[in-house]
Design a protein around this ligand. Structure first.
Ligand SMILES: Cc1cc2nc3c(=O)[nH]c(=O)nc-3n(C[C@H](O)[C@H](O)[C@H](O)COP(=O)(O)O)c2cc1C
Length: 365
């Protein structure tokens, strides 16, 4: 019977040893400079949390046209690389390890930011407004289906961004395959109506995610690339359809042959879903025997129990880490935790995209 605890060290592969099992979950800050670099305060934001076994940055755009929210940073310009390297240097100076979460939003992008129609696995529009800090809500726009040549181009964009991540000093990358963004749009039959090699049966729907992960591993090597997944279809107007579980199973089965660092649950609260036959983490565990990061409103006590029972190898905390930069120390010393409140979030910097876009956005009034 496994008996890991929050305080047992673990090696992810590729020589990366984590001194504890506490991961900082990726949390968008909606703060960046006018060229979409992380702002100067990102350095202290991450460095002050360096006691985590592993830090994962906020979702970071791999290209300008994927922007779907205010003031989210990128990793596709030299200036982004320079700004992120100040973050990684500070984290390393304090003894930490940090992965960047690489992000293609797919149909969640918006022309308000880039002036371009969003792209998706198919042209499926679910016309639901998205809450948009500071500027009311934006309606989703109908995406344009990526051509098969463009799909290859998006994989290459991930590779380019991973190269920049390596040059910026990141210890690895987390591919954002969760929360309804492009990889999930390929996985689910509701959003993937393609009839070419990137759609149709579960294996073909899984192929895009596999190729993105493979491209990042080509850059970073073994034990340096993780993948976040949301099998519960809980976010981004995703719709679960029978057959979707098989696409996740196909993806995870193919990934077993690659030297992945980990698979990471993406869910707001890791509760049971009948169509998954349990929680999201339990579903992933059934299909993935490698390193698994549980997530979703975990208390330290429930995290310890999951580790003790071998149901996961690591646990990530989002809101608790935002509210308690010194979370590992507080847990170790049994100190009280500050509860999370949305009021803890700083207002967006309103940098906006420098790329040409319509001045009159499609807002919900
Ligand atoms: C303010 C905020 C921003 C978030 N941004 C991201 C993000 O950029 N990428 C991502 O995969 N998940 C994001 N999430 C989801 C968290 O990573 C996590 O899955 C969720 O908060 C549940 O875990 P928790 O209860 O430990 O916070 C965000 C959550 C919050 C509260």
């Amino acid at each position: 019977m496994p008996s890991a605890s929050l305080w047992s060290a673990i090696e992810l592969g590729g020589g990366l040893r984590l001194p504890n099992r506490i991961v900082m979950a990726p949390c968008t800050r909606n703060r960046c400079t006018s060229d979409l670099s992380p702002p100067p305060d990102a350095v202290e934001h991450y460095a002050s949390r360096a006691e985590a076994g592993l830090l994962i940055t906020e979702a970071t755009m791999i290209a300008p046209e994927v922007q779907g929210y205010l003031d989210t940073p990128g990793l596709f310009l030299d200036s982004h690389e320079a700004a992120w390297s100040r973050v990684t240097t500070a984290v390393h100076e304090r003894g930490g390890r940090i992965f960047v979460q690489l992000w293609h939003t797919g149909r969640v992008a918006h022309s308000y930011f880039s002036g371009q129609q969003p792209v998706g696995a198919s042209d499926v529009l679910d016309r639901v407004p998205r809450r948009q800090a500071g500027v009311a809500s934006l309606y989703n726009e109908r995406p344009r289906m990526l051509s098969s040549t463009e799909v290859e181009g998006v994989i290459a964009q991930h590779r380019e961004s991973a190269l920049r991540a390596r040059r910026a000093g990141f210890d690895g990358v987390e591919v954002h395959g969760a929360n309804g963004y492009l990889i999930e749009q390929f996985l689910r039959s509701h959003t993937n109506r393609r009839t070419d090699d990137w759609g149709g049966d579960p294996e073909r729907r899984a192929r895009f995610g596999i190729e993105v992960v493979r491209a990042c591993i080509d850059v970073f090597g073994a034990g340096r690339v993780g993948l976040r997944l949301s099998p519960a279809a809980y976010f981004g107007e995703m719709t679960w359809t029978p057959g979707d579980n098989e696409a996740y199973a196909a993806l995870l089965s193919a990934l077993a042959d690659l030297p992945l660092a980990y698979v990471h649950t993406g869910i707001v609260e890791d509760c049971a879903y009948d169509y998954l036959g349990g929680t999201s983490t339990e579903f992933l565990r059934r299909h993935w025997s490698g390193c698994l990061i549980a997530n979703g409103a975990y208390t330290p006590e429930r995290a310890e129990q999951m580790l003790r029972e071998g149901l996961c190898e690591l646990v990530s905390f989002g809101k608790l880490f935002l509210a308690n930069p010194d979370l590992p120390r507080r847990l170790r010393d049994g100190l009280a935790l500050t509860p999370y409140s949305p009021a803890l979030r700083l207002p967006p910097t309103y940098a906006r995209s420098p790329y040409p876009g319509p001045e009159a956005p499609v807002f919900v009034r």
